[in-house]
Design a protein around this ligand. Structure first.
Ligand SMILES: C[S@@+](CC[C@H](N)C(=O)[O-])C[C@H]1O[C@@H](n2cnc3c(N)ncnc32)[C@H](O)[C@@H]1O
Length: 269
């Protein structure tokens, strides 16, 4: 999911969440996505941040992928380039679907991005990728569910307010927020893609207290902006308990494969 605060999208937040993101990704769907990339084709990562998707692929043994990272944030791209010197970096917005550089692209990826985007955007992306015959793999879309153990009184109210905020205006259009994976599946299916969904929830424990604390801070800020008056008190209570709290945050991974697109032979083994 996407953290909403003044330090939104900063590299330290991305790096704090990376281990949880990688543990949460569905391994089988990632392997099927990687198998879509034919030799000589590159992978375009939308909203790449510092290149976490490339590291997830490499961690699963797919380390010879030619990456093209696309993001609006120059600082993230600088870190991505330092960590993946062979990758191409494009500083641009994903909103302009017609301008996305699809030459020699065998797979388009995204992670923790779709909840920010609108239904109109995803429908336009599905149409363009359908015309080009390119598969789409989008990991870690927040699905609206957060469950703390043990629970405290305001968890449900804060979650509801947070989800309201997630569906708010981003880039001039209502964001898909927690409905992102379901709406993306619908948009790609309408263009003839075969869509697979998999669970990729974060499962955090007391050892992840730093990530839990930062997550709670972002949730509280967004919930307060959505009018939840208990948000600040709730966050204080949650932070006090994070050393002995379990937290599950629902996410979904999605793979959309265009009609007639067979996977290449998996030559890793
Ligand atoms: C939550 S971060 C995820 C980054 C990375 N995919 C990951 O999983 O670590 C969202 C990323 O999307 C980028 N982003 C947000 N809006 C964007 C837009 N309109 N065009 C391109 N990138 C965008 C941000 O700069 C940020 O790097």
């Amino acid at each position: 999911m996407n953290q909403i605060s003044d330090t939104q999208f900063q590299a330290d937040w991305l790096s704090l969440r990376e281990a949880a993101d990688h543990a949460a990704r569905d391994d089988a769907l990632l392997a099927r996505a990687a198998a879509c990339v034919r030799p000589g084709m590159r992978v375009l990562d939308l909203g790449s941040g510092t290149g976490s998707t490339a590291r997830a692929f490499a961690g699963a043994g797919y380390d010879e992928v030619q990456w093209c990272f696309l993001d609006t944030d120059a600082a993230h791209l600088q870190v991505a380039k330092a960590r993946h010197p062979l990758a191409e970096c494009v500083q641009a917005s994903v909103w302009d679907v017609d301008a996305l550089p699809l030459e020699h692209v065998g797979l388009v990826t995204a992670s923790a991005l779709l909840d920010l985007m609108s239904t109109a955007w995803v429908d336009a992306l599905a149409e363009r990728l359908g015309q080009a015959g390119i598969p789409f793999y989008a990991a870690l879309s927040f699905d609206g569910r957060m469950r703390w153990e043990p629970p405290i009184a305001a968890d449900a109210d804060v979650t509801e307010a947070f989800n309201r905020h997630q569906r708010g205006d981003k880039g001039g259009q209502a964001a898909m927020g927690p409905d992102a994976a379901a709406l993306t599946a619908k948009g790609f299916e309408a263009q003839g893609f075969t869509v697979s969904l998999a669970d990729s929830a974060w499962v955090l424990g007391p050892d992840d207290a730093a990530l839990q604390d930062e997550f709670v801070a972002g949730v509280a800020t967004a919930a307060a902006q959505a009018g939840e008056v208990q948000a600040e008190t709730w966050a204080r209570g949650r932070r006090k308990a994070s050393g002995h709290t379990a937290l599950r945050v629902g996410h979904a991974d999605l793979l959309a494969v265009p009609a007639g697109h067979g996977p290449k032979q998996d030559d890793r083994r």
